[in-house]
Design a protein around this ligand. Structure first.
Ligand SMILES: [Zn+2]
Ligand SMILES: [Zn+2]
Length: 350
């Protein structure tokens, strides 16, 4: 083992609601099955902002957000078999799980009943806080490290580690493909990846957005149709149309209206979650044997499958590359939906 990096540069929120600022954080020494990653890019996910501002409560501060990480392997532990120095790799929302429960055994670590370990704002198995991707280096067990294929540049690959897998997993589970009609609600960080991936899977894609403001983008990214949900005529025109509706928005939706857009046996799947409970008439799912479901990120095996799929189809995220000192400004722009479609931090500026 060569030099052990224990202190690295990072951008952290020192306290809830405090702006992020440059600091240093500890990284553990490279263990037997660990990979040391020289981070090149980190995406900014909406949930980074929620957590840095303690929207979900009980956050661990100082907090270094970032779970859309792309970089290059700088060192490997003696037991590592999957990776070598120089490999392009990524890290998503988890860095560990119990590895024993039914879900872990099935490759569904995101639903680990023993509690998986978040990439940041969590405690690892030794009780140490985890720090995310807004930093220059990270040490991760190879079992939670993904290979980024050569076909995808690292900057546009970073957002795939959360936005990509969060949309790929339900599209794959509910079998989006040739002959299926998929609607994507919301064209933001998640929605734009859903459109690209569903289109690449062969589905006929429709975007349902509040307005037609981003219509040109939606069609360019792979949608065949684009409708404004602010127009009631949309819900009449599209009644009974879709096999799958993927909602990427966190605003509460009138679910009965949206369920009316499904065909018999269709599914409405939430990957964005409003903070408040929602209500609906159960007749909306009884008529037509419909499914109302949710889905969270994806397992490690499926995340690799997603990366390989994206490389095969030439898919990456649409990004705005920023310097680390622009993170706070970027947060405000994300909250104002003013980004097309993902901010990515150039880690060389951290
Ligand atoms: Zn995320
Ligand atoms: Zn588990």
């Amino acid at each position: 083992m060569t030099e052990q990096i224990t202190t690295v540069s990072a951008y952290a929120a020192p306290a809830p609601d405090a702006p992020l600022e440059r600091t240093t954080i500890p990284r553990r020494a490279v263990g037997e099955f660990d990979v040391l990653i020289d981070i090149k890019y980190a995406g900014i996910c909406h949930s980074d902002i929620h957590q840095a501002r303690d929207g979900w409560g009980e956050g661990i501060f100082p907090m270094v957000p970032g779970h859309e990480i792309a970089g290059i392997v700088a060192e490997v532990g003696p037991g590592v078999t999957k990776f070598s120095v120089g490999d392009h790799v990524g890290v998503g929302c988890m860095v560990d799980s119990c590895r024993r429960c039914e879900n872990c055994a099935a490759g569904l670590e995101q639903y680990c009943t023993g509690g998986n370990v978040g990439t940041y704002n969590a405690l690892d198995k030794n009780g140490e806080p985890t720090y995310g991707g807004y930093s220059t280096h990270i040490v991760v067990d190879e079992a939670f490290t993904l290979r980024i294929p050569d076909g995808i540049a690292l900057d546009v690959a970073a957002p795939l580690l959360c936005a990509g897998i969060t949309t790929y997993s339900p599209l794959a589970h509910w079998k989006a493909g040739p002959g299926t009609k998929v609607a994507v609600v919301g064209l933001g960080g998640l929605g734009h990846m859903a459109v690209k991936i569903a289109h690449a899977m062969g589905a006929e894609v429709t975007v349902l957005s509040q307005s037609l403001r981003k219509k040109d983008d939606g069609l360019r990214l792979g949608a065949e149709h684009y409708y404004a949900t602010s127009d009631d005529a949309t819900f009449e025109a599209l009644a009974g149309r879709f096999d799958l509706i993927l909602s990427t928005v966190s605003a509460p939706l009138p679910l009965d209206k949206y369920l009316g857009l499904l065909r018999t046996d269709g599914a409405f799947v939430n990957v964005g979650a409003p903070e408040e409970p929602v209500s609906l008439s159960l007749f909306s799912v009884i008529a037509g044997r419909k499914t109302l479901a949710g889905s969270g990120i994806g397992g490690i095996r499926e995340t690799q499958e997603m990366l390989d799929f994206c490389a095969e189809h030439g898919l990456g995220s649409e990004i705005e590359l920023i310097r680390a000192d622009q993170i706070n400004e970027a947060y405000e722009r994300v909250l104002a939906s003013d980004v097309r479609y993902r901010f990515v931090i150039d880690a060389a500026t951290i």
